[in-house]
Design a protein around this ligand. Structure first.
Ligand SMILES: NC(=O)c1ccc[n+]([C@@H]2O[C@H](COP(=O)([O-])OP(=O)(O)OC[C@H]3O[C@@H](n4cnc5c(N)ncnc54)[C@H](OP(=O)(O)O)[C@@H]3O)[C@@H](O)[C@H]2O)c1
Length: 309
């Protein structure tokens, strides 16, 4: 079946996108290459928890590729809303993988499923970047539900690629970068966690990778984040410095480094969630951007958006 996956870079491709109104979904809509016909769906038009809606969408749109950018992403709320988290991140993904697999068994062209997952499948106890084959050990409901989704994709859909990412931010939706920008104008000081490190990642970096994968259709698990490492504290300082230089904020406010126990949250987070991206970079044929360069570019885009509105 996998031989049926088309891989020519200039062939027209039809992509069905789920979760199109999220941070990543919005970035994918904004960056869709010309040779791709994009069918964007959101919860209102395709609720992933409704199996019949998934099968109907496949039959109606007959895509070459499905990008699953839909997910329950409220990490802390998931601890008290486990059923909702598993419904979108596990059961819906299982139904999607089964539907694609059934479709492929009956159809002429195999549909390729590109599923997005998370660094939260790891426990963060390692001190070297996690490779796609490193042992998983999710710490909370969100991570566990996403891991269950990965396992369902692997169990039911042989024509799938899974891309784990981390610490996403974007000009779209709510995220850490926008929160820091807001707090910099509302508060006189800020405390931010310093003992959790990872790689801040612009949704543009991930979208570029996913568009390349839509053409290449690699099978298995891949990691994609911006390069380099920062703590949330470093990230908060960098956001302020870059935003001040661009005139997005008027002043820097002092940031105090906090330990995780000084900022308790319902969900435990991995202390170290840096992803090893070498297999992805080999596939792409280029190095993923350095996180601070991506941050600067994102802020420039945000400035352009806010001044042209
Ligand atoms: N954000 C991060 O830092 C981060 C880090 C690592 C991995 N990831 C992964 O990256 C992917 C994209 O994340 P994101 O930041 O773009 O998330 P997001 O902004 O929360 O977007 C997720 C979208 O999925 C939709 N959705 C949820 N359940 C759905 C369902 N049952 N049917 C249809 N749509 C549904 C949501 O719609 P509603 O608003 O209506 O719920 C939302 O528009 C996810 O797989 C996430 O797990 C994110």
């Amino acid at each position: 079946m996998t031989d049926q996956l088309r891989s020519s870079s200039d062939a027209p491709v039809k992509v069905l996108l789920t979760g199109a109104n999220g941070q990543l979904g919005s970035e994918l809509r904004a960056t869709c290459p010309a040779h791709i016909t994009l069918v964007s769906t959101h919860r209102g038009t395709l609720d992933m928890t409704q199996a019949e809606q998934v099968s109907t969408a496949l039959a109606m749109h007959r895509p070459d590729v499905i990008i699953n950018a839909a997910a329950y992403t409220a990490v802390d709320k998931a601890e008290s809303e486990a059923e909702s988290a598993y419904a979108s991140n596990h059961l819906a993904v299982k139904k999607l993988a089964q539907a694609v697999s059934e479709w492929n068994a009956n159809g002429q062209n195999a549909v390729y499923l590109l599923h997005v997952s998370t660094d939260f499948v790891f426990d963060g106890k390692q001190s070297t970047p996690y490779t796609p084959t490193d042992p998983t050990h999710p710490q909370g409901v969100y991570g566990d539900s996403k891991f269950a989704g990965e396992q369902a994709v692997q169990a039911y859909c042989p024509t799938a690629g899974i891309v784990r990412t981390a610490w996403l931010y974007s000009v779209y939706g709510n995220n850490f970068v926008k929160t820091i920008l807001r707090l910099a104008s509302e508060r006189d000081a800020l405390g931010v966690v310093v003992d959790q490190v990872g790689s801040p990642t612009w949704t543009r970096t991930l979208a570029d990778t996913l568009w390349a994968f839509v053409v290449q259709k690699p099978l298995g698990i891949f990691h994609c984040s911006d390069n380099g490492v920062a703590s949330w504290y470093d990230f908060a300082i960098a956001i302020q410095e870059e935003a001040l230089a661009l005139g997005l904020i008027k002043k820097l406010i002092p940031v105090t480094p906090l330990r995780t126990e000084e900022y308790p949250t319902p969900a435990r987070r991995p202390a170290f969630s840096v992803l090893d991206k070498r297999t992805t970079e080999d596939r792409l044929g280029y190095k993923l951007p350095y996180w601070r360069n991506s941050l600067r570019e994102m802020l420039m885009e945000l400035k352009q958006k806010t001044t042209t509105v």
